[in-house]
Design a protein around this ligand. Structure first.
Ligand code: AMP
Length: 490
């Protein structure tokens, strides 16, 4: 049986039963190092800096010297939260870290900052993903008399593991016992005083890479951060796999049968182009998105420009395929963050203006093909079309290197509810009109899959297809997921 949400009824309320004003998103980064003889926290610091694109709200590092766990967390960017004075005490050979993207709206950023810890010195936890349902986990903890008031999904997972360890279980046994209660998407890095443990849900929805550093090991949301610490990328942690790294080396334990279904949005937008996911360089896949978009929608234009930075590889692919010059027509201020999640629409709009500025000489009097990686609310695209026309473009053709985002995400992407997804409310022609472009063209669903060079069943495509491999309602794993997608996506 598959779980499919149809266009008409894909409201966040129905999907998750949550208050739609609350964000579902935990687009986060996890990083961990087990490396005897090295200062693990320093390496984690570099790793988190490299993974800043996955979360800018808060960041934290937990480290152990083999005896006790020490943690430093703060709100804001890695560059602001740590300095020499905060890093110096973080001594030890094993450490984990976390960058957090978004919290439930209304809650303050620091109270849910990760790694999750308590005073007991048994465990620290860093989570990327989201459990759409925590019913079984909450029930089990309440039955055991654990106070779970105010806890989010990551904190509930922590409470379950920590309780098992308090009762004498090893971290491995605690993970084995608690795993069936973790109903949803999770890539976890766990720290005990003596070990680093990495763990991925049975569908591998969020990425997690494994590598070597020095005489030890490193795990990271993306391989680019393994490169940044001078490590060597080995492979992805497998869906349903637990990897334990301690003084006896590395042990791989398959906790439950797994099947790959990486969220394809990692290729579309999240991951850095220099990362490798499912054996594919993200940059190459994005160029292919652009090349296939050019085959599907060749436009008559004088210049191809990207929406920086995320549209750059696809724009290069588009321009190369179609034989139109590529140029930078919009300049991005790299120091502005989180435009996307600003709560008020007016702020979001001024945010786009602060972030992007047109280069008049590239634009004036020319037919512009502008390539963006995705359209979500439609705010960015509307502003960009206006900006390009203001700079004198004679025509603006909006090219999107992914299909329309029509369904809410439940696995840890900060996407809005369907009411705010422009493609859930409007036809493609209505979107064109609303953003004021001469044309708008999306990459087809099949084109997106083909560009990866991998089979469709390797991916979670829920925000495009409405097909959810883990039920958004109760978190159960759907064994067979229908591969076909709604006709309007083809
Ligand atoms: P919008 O203005 O809402 O249509 O946003 C689309 C832009 O936001 C695209 O150019 C993407 O690069 C970017 N984007 C897409 N998904 C996300 C996300 N989950 N978080 C932050 N930015 C995103």
């Amino acid at each position: 049986m598959s779980v499919t949400l149809h266009h008409m009824d894909a409201t966040t309320d129905r999907v998750t039963g949550r208050d739609p004003s609350r964000s579902l998103g935990e687009k986060c980064a996890v990083f961990g190092v087990y490396a005897p003889g090295l200062e693990a926290a320093r390496l984690v610091h570099t790793g988190l800096w490299t993974l800043q694109h996955r979360g800018q709200e808060s960041t934290g590092i937990s480290v152990s010297d083999g005896v006790s766990i020490l943690t430093h967390k703060g709100q804001g960017l890695v560059a602001h939260v740590y300095d020499e004075a905060t890093l110096r005490p973080l001594v030890g050979h094993v450490a984990i870290g976390h960058n957090r993207y978004s919290t439930s709206r209304g809650g303050d950023g620091l109270s849910h900052a990760q790694p999750v810890t308590n005073g007991a010195q048994r465990l620290a936890l860093a989570h990327n993903g989201n459990l759409p349902s925590t019913a079984r986990l909450s029930q089990a903890l309440s039955d055991a008399g654990v106070d779970i008031s105010g806890a989010n999904d990551s904190e509930l997972m922590y409470a379950a593991l920590d309780r098992a360890m308090a009762l004498g279980a090893s971290v491995e046994d605690a993970v084995r016992d608690c795993f069936p209660l973790f109903t949803g998407a999770f890539s976890l890095a766990l720290l005990t005083p003596n070990a680093l443990v990495a763990l991925r849900d049975v569908r591998g929805i969020r990425p997690l890479a494994l590598g070597r550093v020095g005489n030890g090991y490193v795990v990271s949301s993306e391989s680019c951060a393994i490169d940044a610490i001078g490590g060597t990328f080995l492979r992805d942690v497998r869906p349903g796999e637990m990897v334990v790294m301690d003084e006896s080396g590395l042990r791989s334990i398959q906790i439950a049968p797994g099947r790959e279904r990486l969220d394809i949005f990692e290729f579309v937008y999240f991951a850095r182009p220099d990362s490798i996911l499912l054996g594919r360089r993200v940059n190459e896949v994005r160029r292919q998105f652009g090349a296939l978009l050019a085959r599907e929608h060749p436009v008559q234009a004088d210049v191809v420009i990207p929406v920086p930075d995320s549209g750059i590889p696809a724009a290069i692919g588009y321009a190369g395929e179609i034989g139109i010059p590529f140029d930078f027509g919009l300049l991005k201020n790299r120091y502005i963050h989180r435009t996307f999640i600003r709560p008020a629409q007016s702020l979001r709009e001024s945010g786009v203006q602060m972030k992007l500025n047109p280069i008049a000489e590239v634009i004036r009097g020319r037919r512009i093909a502008v390539v963006d990686d995705s359209v979500v609310r439609g705010t960015t695209s509307r502003q960009i079309v206006k900006m390009l026309r203001g700079a004198g473009a004679s025509e603006v053709h909006y090219l999107v290197s992914s299909p329309p985002v029509m369904f809410p995400d439940v696995y840890g992407i900060d996407l809005p509810n369907s009411a705010d997804l422009v493609a859930a409310r409007m036809s493609v022609e209505q979107i064109r009109e609303s953003i004021g472009a001469d044309s708008i063209s999306y990459l087809s669903y099949d084109g997106m899959i083909a560009a990866t060079g991998l089979p469709a069943h390797d991916f979670t495509t829920s925000c495009f297809s409405g097909v959810y491999p883990i039920s958004p309602v109760d978190g159960t794993v759907v064994d067979e997921v229908r591969e076909t997608v709604p006709a309007q996506l083809r």
